[in-house]
Design a binder for this molecule. Sequence first.
Ligand code: URA
Length: 289
Amino acid sequence: MQLPNKHLSKLDCDILYHLGFDTVKHDLPAMFGDIKFVCMGGTKYRMKDVAAHISQLLNIPCDFNNMVKQAKRYVMYKVGPVLCVNHGIGIPSMTVVLEEVLKMLFYAKAKDPIFFRLGTSGGMGIPAGSVVISSWAMNGTLEKIYDLPILGKTKTFPAIFDQRLNQELYSIACHEDYNTYVGGTMTANDFYRGEGRTDGAFCDYTESDKMDFLQTLVGLGVKNLEMEATAFSAITKEAGLRAAELCITFLDRLLGDQVTPDGQTLSQWQKRPAIIVGKYIEAYYNTKK
Ligand code: URA
């Protein structure tokens, strides 16, 4: 893999601050040169569960040693060629760790790793517990872009996912006993008003304004609302890598705002994206063995 930032070659040592690695003290090629897949998701616990699932599937032991413990920020588990990393909530938390993982794998000379985001979301007119594979993401002003202010000017990047990878994932998912949809995702910068909820600490619009907005999204092909997809698709694409996002839906936002299923149900549902991604990785791993 290559990274387009020419400044990196001028650094004698690159400190990956939020991971607690640097290019002098750590032999990144020995540690991560074999990485072929990166699974990311919000919480530490979900990513540990994903690592356990992959470990069982590929029959590769995992010591569940958090490799980035020293930085006291995120978790990272390695299971053979698969890296499982959490990213917290929202775009800034996600892009910090994503950019450092990209640099880490670049220094490690990893070969074209594929990135997956296994997330949670609110569904749009689909049953809770469904999986959505994102074909594109739109921001809060309904543009299919990731917009980032850089040196005082807003720069925009396309937020489109890899169609072929999505088809491959869907061909696995369609055999599972829950619904999977391929469709658009809206990425909000806020869980409450940003996702059109009326149950936050503040609300300055009516229930009917909210429903009009949600129906507009449905009309545009949006299948779920979450908080990272625009940046995740744009940044992985800028790095020249294939990436997909698979989210479980915790509720149908056309029916309400609150996440009502009990913890056990939510934990069971959260395994669904990992089951699909696990089968994809397993098929690849078995052909290469
Ligand atoms: N995550 C979100 O961003 N929204 C939801 O409704 C559920 C999970």
